[in-house]
Unconditional design. Structure first.
Length: 123
């Protein structure tokens, strides 16, 4: 599945459009694994927009960013991620906002639980 992205890098006053090919099924049939692949693809695309020589296979950690699932005015929903590097928006996707939000929450919780220092608070 090809997923359109809009990327804004901090310090730039314009967005660029990209397309990633990641999830294999329709959004309504996504598993948590599919959502992980989409989020990872979004984070990698943002990194490559800033650093074109970045390793495309570099491990990605699901932390250090804010996310939201929002309704899209033309129908469906979009996923928006914001980092200190910038922001990336993917979609729209034909899936209920609450369903996608729930899947992302599970993916993020599983990622936190898998971290060796999951119980440590860093300020």
């Amino acid at each position: 599945m090809e997923i359109p992205l809009d990327i804004w890098l901090r310090g730039d006053n314009h967005a660029t459009s990209h397309v990633i090919s990641v999830a294999s099924s329709e959004p309504r049939r996504w598993s948590d694994g599919d959502v992980t692949v989409v989020l990872t693809g979004m984070l990698r695309a943002l990194e490559q927009a800033k650093n074109p020589e970045a390793d495309e296979t570099r491990p990605v950690a699901m932390r250090g960013f804010s996310w939201i699932v929002n309704p899209y005015e033309g129908g469906g929903v979009v996923i928006a991620l914001e980092l200190s590097l910038g922001a990336v928006v993917a979609g729209p996707f034909d899936i209920a906002e609450r369903d996608l939000t729930t899947m992302i929450q599970r993916v993020m919780a599983a990622e936190r639980a898998a971290m060796p220092d999951a119980g440590t608070t860093v300020h």
